[in-house]
Design a protein around this ligand. Structure first.
Ligand code: FES
Ligand code: FES
Length: 167
């Protein structure tokens, strides 16, 4: 069986996989990182998004062997060691950008990548376009968009913290 060596949330792992093993299966079933969800298994819903070498990828359609030698970040790897949430997580909480929470890990990972790739800021339209690959059945997206806009300001240093009173 092929062996995959990768770093996940700062920790090195070497695991045996089958050639057909998906990255999401490696994360959830072998490393027990179940914060990454599987919604559709067909690259449509975005519940499974993680970062691979700094880019968001749908881990339900990425083979584990494609991550060999790579650096993966999952939702479990975002908060600081003392429990301080990443600004995007904090914004989702503050702006009530989730209901059932099933889409949230993938939504947060996609949103962070989107913000990081737009250092000059994002319009509402760009945020909505950027979320095209992430489906949410609960929220109607409005509060998700507000949360991402607020987190973008903090991540780009235009504001020091997420507003306590969500607009
Ligand atoms: S589970 Fe991967 S896109 Fe839906
Ligand atoms: S919060 Fe329920 S699917 Fe998005």
């Amino acid at each position: 069986m092929p062996t995959v060596s990768l770093t996940v949330n700062g920790k090195a792992h070497t695991v045996e996989v089958e050639g057909r093993t998906l990255l999401v299966e490696l994360l959830r079933e072998q490393l027990r990182l179940t914060g990454t969800h599987v919604g559709c298994d067909t690259s449509q819903c975005g519940a499974c998004v993680v970062h691979l070498n700094g880019d968001s990828v749908k881990s339900c359609t990425t083979l584990a062997v494609q991550a060999d030698g790579g650096v993966v970040t999952t939702i479990e790897g975002l908060a600081a060691a003392d429990g301080t949430l990443h600004p995007m997580q904090e914004a989702f909480r503050e702006y009530h950008a989730l209901q059932c929470g099933f889409c949230t890990p993938g939504m947060v990972m996609s949103a962070i990548d989107l913000v990081q790739k737009h250092p000059d800021g994002l319009t509402e339209e760009e945020i909505r376009e950027g979320l095209e690959g992430n489906l949410c059945r609960c929220t109607g997206y409005h509060n998700i968009v507000k949360a991402i806009a607020a987190a973008a300001e903090v991540m780009h240093g235009k504001r020091s913290e997420i507003a306590r009173a969500a607009e």
